[in-house]
Design a protein around this ligand. Structure first.
Ligand code: OAD
Ligand code: ZN
Length: 256
């Protein structure tokens, strides 16, 4: 494994020439992103010890089906705040670089755990949203997606078909990933020549296992993350720094 600590802001990331040659010759690339790619847009990650969302709140109070049953209003308020927060931010240089990378490769799959919609707003097209999207709501009893987000009225809105409370269209702890998205992600993993894990701690399954699956099928595994993660020692190349700096450097290096 080649390990690179990128000195932030002071220099251009240096990529090994064999990685650049390999990527130039590749046509099928898959990318998994996590909260770290939105950090430079001003959104909080989950597991940062000081400012992470899960340092302030307990996931079991806000991000489980049981929490929603107990107190749907609290859960709605939490996601309303997050939706508003995401709406006030803009895609950063990392999101935009991923749009450039998509143009470069014939088959490019961007698999994201993020629900903030920033990849879409940046212009990424082949997007697989594993954990849903903050901007949609659906019936909590399975009648399907009903609408883009509605402003929360006095009480939690209910499904016009069955009367059950409506919920954000996001995946909570203990829930299955959406089958079509999972299938698309597995297909990308099975066919890619290079797999990038970017801005994710790699601690939440099954998303985290995608990188290992890609590696075991022969893909070159590249990590771009601020901190080392459990994936780092398994990566062929690991670049530790900000995705909003390293990804634009990668786009440039591929163009040169
Ligand atoms: P985490 O908060 O667990 O990890 C974010 C990672 O991004 C950390 O390893 C940071 O070091 C890194 N990071 C921070 N700033 C960065 C930057 N500017 N550039 C690059 N890397 C940076 O977030 P996720 O891995 O996305 O799930 O968390 C996975 C899932 O856990 C989320 O989708 C969410 C959460 O609970 C659900 O809500 C179901
Ligand atoms: Zn319903």
């Amino acid at each position: 494994m080649d390990y690179f600590r990128v000195i932030l802001g002071f220099m251009t990331t240096i990529f090994p020439s064999e990685l650049i040659s390999y990527l130039r010759a590749s046509t099928r690339v898959a990318v998994l992103t996590g909260a770290g790619v939105s950090q430079e847009s001003g959104l909080r990650t989950f597991r940062d010890a000081q400012v992470g969302i899960w340092a302030q709140y307990k996931p079991e109070d806000l991000a489980t089906p049981q929490a929603f049953e107990r107190n749907p209003r609290l859960v709605w308020d939490f996601y309303t705040t997050r939706r508003e927060g995401a709406g006030q931010t803009e895609p950063n240089a990392g999101h935009l670089a991923l749009v450039e990378l998509e143009r470069r490769f014939a088959q490019f799959s961007l698999i994201t755990q993020n629900i903030d919609g920033l990849h879409q707003r940046a212009g990424s097209r082949t997007l697989i949203e594993l954990h849903g999207n903050l901007r949609r709501i659906r019936c909590s009893q399975g009648c399907g997606i009903l609408a883009e987000w509605v402003e929360l009225p006095e009480s939690v809105p209910t499904c016009p078909k069955c009367g059950a409370p409506l919920r954000p269209d996001v995946i909570w702890f203990g829930e299955q990933l959406p089958p079509a998205e999972l299938e698309a992600a597995i297909k990308a993993v099975n066919t890619c020549q290079a797999f990038f894990s970017i801005g994710t701690s790699g601690l939440v399954q099954p998303a985290a296992s995608l990188a290992f699956a890609a590696r075991s099928r022969g893909a070159v595994l590249v990590e771009i993350n601020y901190d080392p993660t459990p994936l780092t020692e398994h990566a062929d190349y690991a670049f530790h720094g900000k995705s909003g700096e390293i990804l634009p450097d990668l786009v440039k290096a591929l163009e040169e």
